[in-house]
Design a protein around this ligand. Sequence first.
Ligand SMILES: [Zn+2]
Length: 242
Amino acid sequence: MARIKIIFPALALLLSGCSRIWVPEKVENRVGELVTQSVLLQMPVHTDPAWQKYIEDMGRKIAAVSERPGYHYRYYVVESSTVNAFAVPDGSIFITTGLLKFIGQDQLALAGVLAHETGHIARRHGAETLQSQLGYGLLSLIVFGFENSAAKQAGNMTSRIMGLGYGREMELEADICAVRYLARLGYSPDSSLKFLRSILTLEKGQRDITIEKYLRSHPPTTERIQYVENYISRYLPKPQER
Ligand SMILES: [Zn+2]
């Protein structure tokens, strides 16, 4: 029964759509742009055009089957030995060279990562984060100085997104989004679990690779895997029903 308690809150969020979010897209975009600028100052763009094209092609296919297909998604492969990936509210998705090295040629694992990050943007988790940080005070801040407010929020958000993720509920929701998007593209239902399972193996074994904290503990990888497995077995339509 404990497992069911874990499942329903995020599932309810997923089914309720984005109507709970009132932060305007303009704000979400501007804060996101500033976060992206800040990330690019810390992590230079990887110069190999082949990886860039591969990530972009796969990312665009996934975005097309998301709840927000028309948004301006952008994809960056960045130099960092840390295994990490994150999504910024202006539509930017970052994948580190450390992550690419870790998953090697495993296309499914990479698709799972991209689908999860796409889920954060499609479900407007950046706007939701801004909303929870500011409450309704955001509107008055915008009135009194949009750029100043946006810069302040971007500063708060950058390290959070890079190091902690969006928080438990939104991370689990992005995992469920990944299952749905990949299923829509014809991948087998458990393909989105490939990356999570490989992270779990990494957590238990090798210690010489740095994994960003949220990938290994926010929420715990075992909880994420159980959550996704349960969703697949309970709610994912059979192939002929999709
Ligand atoms: Zn995430």
